[in-house]
Design a protein around this ligand. Sequence first.
Ligand code: GLC
Length: 436
Amino acid sequence: MQSAIRWMWVALGCMTGLWGCSSPAPESAASGSGASARSRPEIIRINVDPIARNLALTEQLAAEFTSATGTRIEIIKGPTDATERLSQYLQYLGAHSPDIDIYQIDVIWPGVLAEHLVDLAGAFDQERAEFFEPIVRNNTVDGRLVGIPWFADAGVLYYRTDLLEKYGLSVPKTWDELGAAARTIQEGERAAGTADFWGFVFQGKAYEGLTCNALEWIASSGGGTIVDADGGVSVNNEAAARAVSRMAGWVGTIAPPGVTTYQEEEARQLFQSGRVAFMRNWPYAYALTHSQDSPVHGKVGLAALPAGPGGRASALGGWQLAVSKYSRNPEAATEFVRLLTSREAQKRRALEASLLPSRPALYDDPEIATAIPFIPQMKEIFLNATPRPSAQTGARYNEVSTEFFQAVHRVLTGEQPPDVSLAAAERALKEVLGRP
Ligand code: GLC
């Protein structure tokens, strides 16, 4: 109880110290001896995605937390591949390891990880209404709030404004238009001397990112959402096969053959080098492609992903912060989560790293709207985004996604025709879900 009070005090000191005064809290663990300094948790370890500016921003906020509270933060870089990160987390958590206090968890993982995470409902009782309600709901498992929304994500299309203009094209509204525009620009740029120019890049490696991309192709083609809301498996149908075949046909023609090994950063780096016309990626790539030193600075536009016969589909992504049940310092960890997900921290992350806030109020923030107008525009796309079937599949989600992305990958690499691969995925998913 006493320590709860101390941490409430620290939180308060932290918030004011962080944004107003720079003096450290009096009971600095780093400096101290004495009973309270000895009982003060000294170090909190957080496992984060080191991608792009996520790491640097977390480091800045950690330094501010330390100077305000005396508690040191150690940042552990998790793998950037979400599928690998989940297996790393499951190793730590499965072993009940106290080595990590805070985990950055994907929007699809609450059901998979809930049993290992602290219920933050009480600690965030006042604040929870300030976050997007559907994400809070997503992060609530059996009445326990197991993750605080950190940033939101939705798939978007990046395009080269200068090249669309050069070839007299408009922003593609359908996948067919995207394919045609990518081909026209690629042919033109190659003829003009850039032999390794490509039309389109996406995330085609066999991992969670491919589940997001393929969900977008299939859902927008009217082929369902892998496991539909009613629990029915929806991967083996004509629309899905057509959508996946089209992408397979693009590999090596308008997309580099290596795209079947690309995650977000491989796609972003190639696009940013100036040798690609279109890219599917998440909002984080905005800050990097638009930065002053980017070779494509001033030449990049963003749009909703193209539509198909089933309309538009943008995969819903995003990350939460969760406190491990095996943490020795859950109260201090919770206060660091409070800081990282605070309005001020999220505003900074939006402005510096184009990470979408998980707090609706920030979409009306004039400073954000002026600096990055696409953020307020993203609210619509993100609120209408297509969720992966984690709610329907709960703890089995990762098995479902793995069967799915492996099946799609076999088609992209030409290992299997779509009908064979998708039929195998359907059988495997029914077995995983116990619905033969
Ligand atoms: C992004 C999304 C996340 C998704 C991942 C796949 O980080 O926010 O939800 O699982 O990409 O690579």
